[in-house]
Design a protein around this ligand. Structure first.
Ligand code: FAD
Length: 324
């Protein structure tokens, strides 16, 4: 069985959920080999083995923390070359984060391969892995495969279930020599984001969003309370962000973040195509809007025509009561 390289997104050895989802997809098309880089790389092995990694290639060097993405591209290229010695890998899977997409694009260029970004599913095909994408603001679902080189595919968070699949997870040191470009762009400082205690927006299983209908920064407390009752992340439409009611880091849509949670609850959001582009692949969509003709109702699974100031607090209270 051909190896499938999986780029590991981790923080000091704690593997992030999107990588475990990639392992589920990787097992469909070959033998998952994880590539973990930077501080704590070796500590990722246990979690990766539990979810199907037959091998974990690790490498740590100060370059990963001190410079932008090129050292990681160098390492992933080294992993592809090492894997190619035993026959061509079936694919390289990378989480669809901003950094993941940059790494994947640079890698594809380096190794002369085609790339598919923002896949929402990957399956085995007769001529190589087939990726599903949701395109044109999710108006169409396409299936494609890379026809040149080793397929490089980035996959959106929440596209697959995390499955326990114990495997050997043998740790091997990856040999990496950095290119001249690796140290071209230095990180000069990092500002840790203030923790809200809520899950990361792009990885959250539930997202509760507010739009112009929320009508003020202070009213976002209602959206946050509903989110907290569900253990959800908070999103916002561009109208709400442009009005200064919520930070841009929480914007969902074409010029914000793309989310694909199990449940998306849109409050006071009309459903403009640019907003839909960032949330339409959510598994279940609920909207609260006082205008029965709002376009958001064309794509919802459940719609509530009503004033969010009446509906949202009741919903929050009901959820909290049921939780006990
Ligand atoms: P509106 O369209 O004003 O809708 C507000 C809704 O709230 C209405 O449907 C109204 O009926 C409802 N409402 C009002 N009061 C209440 C109440 N009390 N209770 C219940 N419902 C109520 N938008 C994004 O969101 N994300 C993007 O990334 C993005 N990128 C863009 C990129 C480009 C290039 C462009 C041109 C636009 C982009 N937009 C984006 C903007 C987009 O076109 C819309 O303008 C925006 O999504 C509208 O936000 P909204 O739905 O919150 O506001």
């Amino acid at each position: 069985m051909a190896e499938v390289l999986v780029y590991v997104d981790h923080v000091d050895g704690a593997v992030r959920k999107p990588t475990l989802e990639l392992l589920t997809l990787a097992r469909r098309i070959g033998e998952p080999v994880a590539v973990a880089l930077g501080p704590g790389a070796e500590n990722t092995a246990a979690a990766l083995a539990e979810h199907g990694a037959v091998k974990v290639l690790t490498h740590d060097a100060s370059e990963y923390a001190d410079y932008l993405v090129v050292p990681k591209v160098d390492a992933l290229q080294a992993a592809v070359e090492a894997a190619s010695a035993g026959g061509s890998p079936a694919a390289v899977l990378v989480p669809s984060s901003a950094e993941g997409k940059e790494i994947a694009a640079r890698l594809a260029l380096r190794i002369g391969s085609g790339i598919i970004t923002d896949a929402v599913d990957v399956e085995a095909g007769a001529e190589g892995p087939v990726a599903t994408q949701s395109v044109f603001a999710a108006s169409f679902t396409t299936k494609s495969r890379v026809s040149k080189g080793i397929p490089v595919i980035t996959v959106k968070p929440n596209s697959a279930a995390v499955e326990a699949a114990p495997a050997a997870g043998a740790v091997e040191a990856l040999s990496v020599s950095f290119s001249a470009q690796a140290t071209g762009t230095k990180v000069t400082g990092r500002t840790p984001r203030e923790s809200t205690g809520r899950p990361e927006l792009t990885e959250a299983a539930i997202v509760v969003s507010g739009g112009r209908g929320v009508n003020g920064a202070e009213n976002f407390a209602l959206i946050e309370a509903l989110a907290d009752s569900l253990g959800a992340a908070v999103g916002a439409s561009r109208a709400a962000v442009d009005a200064g009611w919520y930070p841009h880091t929480n914007q969902v849509g074409q010029t914000g973040k793309s989310v694909s949670p199990q449940l998306y609850i849109a409050n006071g959001i009309s459903g403009a195509i640019q907003h839909r582009a960032g949330m339409q692949t959510s598994k279940t969509i609920v909207a609260v809007n006082k205008d029965a003709e709002a376009p958001i109702f064309d794509l919802v699974d459940y719609g509530v025509v009503g004033d969010l100031f009446a509906v949202v607090p009741q919903l929050t209270e009901e959820i909290n009561t049921r939780k006990g």
